[in-house]
Design a protein around this ligand. Structure first.
Ligand SMILES: [Zn+2]
Ligand SMILES: [Zn+2]
Length: 260
């Protein structure tokens, strides 16, 4: 364990990143990359390091532009970005170490702010912190959706849960399992195999690939679809109405003339 003060934090992050060969996870609510960090990320990507970034979900439509800027920078580099609601933790995880810090990956903070970082290189602690990232951050992270819209709702894919492990995935009934669980499922390919969660709300309930929703979510979807269908069907056809009216009028006139 090593305590790192103020501006030294950014140098240590870059040094640890340069040593990494496999995987790096950056958890930082706010991001504005500075040149040296940008270059270190480029070097890592060239070495084949898999890098994921978790940033704070925008609180208002005003924040969306900043988030979009960050995601664009990361995407150009080849870093997959996720949004996390209420994110405040700052953790930088590498192959052989983890840094827990008060510092965001923010240009301004690394130069001017009073910050404290702690680098852990004991394997037990590294495992514990990496488990924390998996259980408390990755699980609730929302994949960023490429969108030209500045509206928060449209920025993210409709959220759902893997029906086997409850990992966060897109709410898409065609793909109700995360990639890991799908690989295992595909070995047997049984569509009736019982899974553990509802795709839409994540409630613990027996589901399967063919029926991935709980009863409530299924009926919600059905009533939504019905509403859309009804909307289309309730549009009256004016020609048909005129035709019916003409036929009725004809019969009425016929009746009157018959009675005379
Ligand atoms: Zn899964
Ligand atoms: Zn549900």
């Amino acid at each position: 364990m090593r305590v790192v003060k103020d501006y030294e934090g950014s140098a240590v992050i870059i040094a640890e990143l340069d040593k990494t060969q496999n995987e790096c996870v950056l958890v930082s609510p706010y991001v504005k990359l500075w040149d040296r960090l940008h270059l270190a990320l480029e070097r890592a990507i060239e070495r084949g390091v898999r890098i994921e970034a978790f940033i704070r979900y925008p609180e208002s439509d005003l924040d969306v532009n900043k988030v979009k800027g960050t995601v664009t920078d990361f995407t150009k580099l080849g870093v997959k970005t996720y949004l996390v609601k209420n994110l405040h933790a700052k953790i930088y995880s590498f192959d052989q170490s983890v840094i827990v810090s008060s510092m965001n990956l923010y240009d301004f903070s690394q130069q001017n702010s009073i910050e404290l970082s702690v680098l852990f290189d004991e394997s037990d602690t590294i495992t514990e912190i990496k488990n924390y990232i998996n259980d408390h951050i990755k699980r609730v992270a929302i994949p960023y959706h490429e969108s030209s819209s500045n509206n928060i709702e449209k920025l993210v894919e409709k959220e759902g849960f893997c029906i086997r492990c409850r990992a966060r995935i897109k709410d898409d009934p065609v793909h109700p399992l995360c990639s890991n669980c799908y690989t295992i499922w595909a070995k047997y390919g049984n569509p009736n195999y019982l899974e553990n969660y509802c795709l839409s709300c994540g409630k613990e309930i027996k589901t399967n690939i063919a029926k991935p929703y709980c009863y409530e979510c299924y009926s919600k979807n059905i009533s939504k679809n019905k509403k859309e269908d009804n909307h289309v069907q309730t549009k009256p056809n004016p020609i048909l109405i005129i035709l019916i009216f003409a036929v009725l009028l004809f019969i009425f006139i016929q009746c009157i003339t018959c009675q005379q």
